[in-house]
Each structure stands twice: as C-alpha cells, then as structure tokens.
Design a protein around this ligand. Structure first.
Ligand SMILES: Cc1cc2nc3c(=O)[nH]c(=O)nc-3n(C[C@H](O)[C@H](O)[C@H](O)COP(=O)(O)O)c2cc1C
Length: 226
C-alpha cells in the first residue's frame, strides 16, 4: 500500500506529495488498482473510501463535478439524471440528507464534504415511453463525476443504501422520477476516524474478477481468446 500526503494550500485540495506538513494519522491511503492491462491513471486511482476528513468542498469544485456528470452520454441525449446536493457548510441541509441514508452508511458519510442524491427520470420526454437506460445513464453520469473528483484530489463513495421512501417524502420527488443512489464526496481522511468494524475493509486490497470471467466471445461463458 502506498501512502500519499495531502496538500493543504491548493483550493480544491489536490494531493501534493512534496508537502510533509501532515502527521502520519492524517495521511490518506492510495489504493491504486492493480490492473491486468494499462488504464488511465484516474481510473486506477479512483476508489471508494469511507474515511473522509470532515471539511467543506469549495462550490467551484462541486460545480465541476456536476459539470462532468452533465456531459455524460445518455440514450437519445435524454439526460435523465437529477441531483439533489447538500453541502457540509449548510449543516441543517446536510443533516437532512444524512438522515436519508441507511444507518451503516450514515456512520461514515457524516464526514463527507458534500452529499448527493441521484434520481432518474423514468420516461423519455420526447414520447413518454419508458426509458430502459435511465438508471444506466445516471450511473454513467456518476462515473464521470467520480473521475473528475479524483482529478481534483477528492474521493467519492456511492451508496445504494439509501431510504427511498424518506427521500421521496423529504425532497418531494415527483412521480416519474426514481431515487437511484447516494454519493458521498470529500477529502481523504484518516482510517482512525472510522468505527472499528470499518477499518479493516478500508485498508484491505481492492479486488476484481478477472476478465476471463467477464469477457466472452462466440457464446456465453466462453472467455475471449485474444
Ligand atoms: C451503485 C453503487 C452502490 C454502492 N452502495 C454502497 C453502499 O450502500 N455502502 C457502501 O459502503 N458502499 C457502497 N458502494 C461501494 C462499493 O462497495 C465499491 O464501489 C466496491 O466495493 C468496489 O470498490 P472500489 O470502488 O473501491 O473499487 C456502492 C457502489 C456503487 C457503484
């Protein structure tokens, strides 16, 4: 595991390996993927920590993340994604959104700088037919957001563990839209901040199935030979 130090002078908090201004406890982990084939650095670097340093994220950075999301591809360019955002500075709003997460997620997401709830518009605007790709496209937008965040020295942890009914009520989500995920975004924090049971998973190596289990050719389950 490589240890990376966090810079303190950069307005959006890009990691700065040259600065030795933080204690060991405050250091973040960098769990870059051990890939089978080369990938872009941002893809390898992105991971889903639970340990965040409890500090706000500047509004320009939040807007950049949402801009990256906005420019994702979508079926018929429907852009079915919607985002409800609560920033740490607005503590009342932040608490309200935290209350829409499942308890297990609340225990660590409380330290995030920004919380987002995503929702999908279920039908195409052009013909009111069901949009089979709506949730898929929300995922693409969240993927863009995650990579942009990585580039800004931020970390992202997506959550399926959200209270769908509470979200509908709290934010008056209209019919025709469905809540999809929660997203916690923030600066990397110390593992010591986490409740004990979450510390081991935080430092465990990241794992993926091999391509041979996922990539087929000719027929189902037949690993691509090339
Ligand atoms: C749609 C989605 C839902 C997830 N839901 C949760 C969740 O509710 N709680 C949680 O702790 N992690 C959640 N995760 C994080 C995954 O567990 C994590 O992405 C996975 O273990 C791979 O790890 P990595 O992102 O660090 O590569 C979710 C991730 C995604 C993409």
């Amino acid at each position: 595991m490589r240890i990376l130090q966090i810079g303190v002078g950069d307005p959006v908090g890009r990691p700065d390996v040259s600065r030795a201004s933080r204690t060991v406890k405050e250091q973040e982990m960098e769990k870059a993927a051990e890939t089978q084939y080369p990938v872009h650095e941002l893809i390898a670097k992105r991971w889903s920590p639970r340990a965040f340093e409890p500090r706000p994220v500047p509004s320009e950075a939040v807007r950049s993340l949402l801009e990256a999301a906005r420019w994702a591809a979508s079926s018929f360019n429907e852009q079915p994604w919607r985002f409800i955002v609560a920033r740490r500075e607005d503590s009342e709003e932040f608490e309200r959104m935290l209350g829409c997460l499942m308890e297990g997620n609340r225990s660590w997401a409380k330290d995030a700088g920004v919380l987002i709830l995503t929702a999908a518009k279920e039908a195409f605007t052009r013909n009111d037919r069901p949009n089979r790709s709506a949730v898929h496209d929300v995922g693409l937008a969240a993927g863009n957001l995650s990579l942009q965040a990585t580039d800004l020295g931020l970390r992202v942890h997506q959550m399926a563990g959200i209270d769908l009914e509470k979200i509908r009520e709290t934010y008056r989500v209209p019919e025709g839209y469905q809540p999809v995920t929660g997203i916690a975004i923030g600066y990397p924090g110390s593992v010591e901040r986490l409740p004990e049971p979450l510390r081991a998973p935080e430092i465990a190596p990241r794992e993926r199935k091999p391509q041979s289990e996922l990539v087929f050719s000719g027929t189902w389950d037949n690993p691509a030979p090339w």
